[in-house]
Design a protein around this ligand. Structure first.
Ligand code: GRF
Length: 214
């Protein structure tokens, strides 16, 4: 059988980029039939940019404040995505919202990881440590992470996969955050990206069909 073409990936970030690093690790281990062609950050200070440059991956800053408005920023992002013939856009800790015209170019080809069990604890204001503060304040017995397709609202797109952790009695937002990152996010996100790159994830009649078998 002919080997499938490697997929071109673009990773959008705003912060530390530990999920981006997890994806690079999986690529290095030969688990993902894809290549990160470009990293785009909404924040010039993001450590994720250093990770990209250290690997010789083209890294771009598209900060909201540097453009007239959001569509202007997103036109530049689209230009970069097209330059690299991007197959999949991976939001890995990206804090921006995406203009509809950008999403329309990549139907079911933009995915995000969110550090909670959506639909709970998603939407406006639920980002970073605030998510975990809210989970603890609500007295939840479990939390986790969700990988989903991005649609026109925040954290509402079709869910592809979730992973869970138990909330412990002595958890702080920080301990819960780091357990979810280590035990769920850094495994779940590369696993879903691997499946996408193998064409094992499709959407039929509004439902995600995910074949976990390689
Ligand atoms: C992760 O918790 C991710 O779920 C959320 O933002 C955080 C990014 O962390 N969307 P990192 O930049 O990948 O380390």
């Amino acid at each position: 059988m002919e080997a499938k073409r490697k997929k071109n990936l673009a990773v959008l970030v705003s912060g530390g980029g530990s999920n981006f690093a997890a994806i690079l690790g999986a690529i290095d281990r030969g688990e993902i039939n894809g290549e990160v062609k470009a990293v785009i950050s909404s924040n010039a200070q993001a450590y994720a940019l250093t990770r990209a440059r250290d690997r010789g991956i083209p890294a771009y800053v598209c900060a909201r404040g540097d453009y007239e408005d959001l569509p202007a920023r997103d036109r530049e992002i689209l230009r970069i995505l097209k330059q690299y013939d991007t197959d999949y856009v991976l939001l890995a800790g990206y804090l921006g919202i995406m203009s509809p015209f950008l999403l329309e170019e990549y139907p079911y080809r933009v995915i995000n990881i969110h550090p909670a069990l959506l639909p709970k604890f998603g939407g406006k204001g639920f980002f970073g440590i605030h998510v975990h503060e809210a989970v603890l304040a609500a007295g939840e017995s479990e939390s986790g992470a969700t990988v989903h397709f991005v649609d026109y609202e925040t954290d509402t797109g079709l869910i592809i996969a979730q992973g869970k952790v138990k909330v412990e009695k002595d958890d702080t937002p920080q301990t819960l955050q780091s357990r979810i990152l280590d035990n769920v996010e850094h495994k779940l996100f590369p696993k879903v990206v691997a499946a996408l790159c193998d064409d094992r994830i499709t959407v039929q009649n509004g439902k995600v069909i995910y074949s976990e078998e390689k």
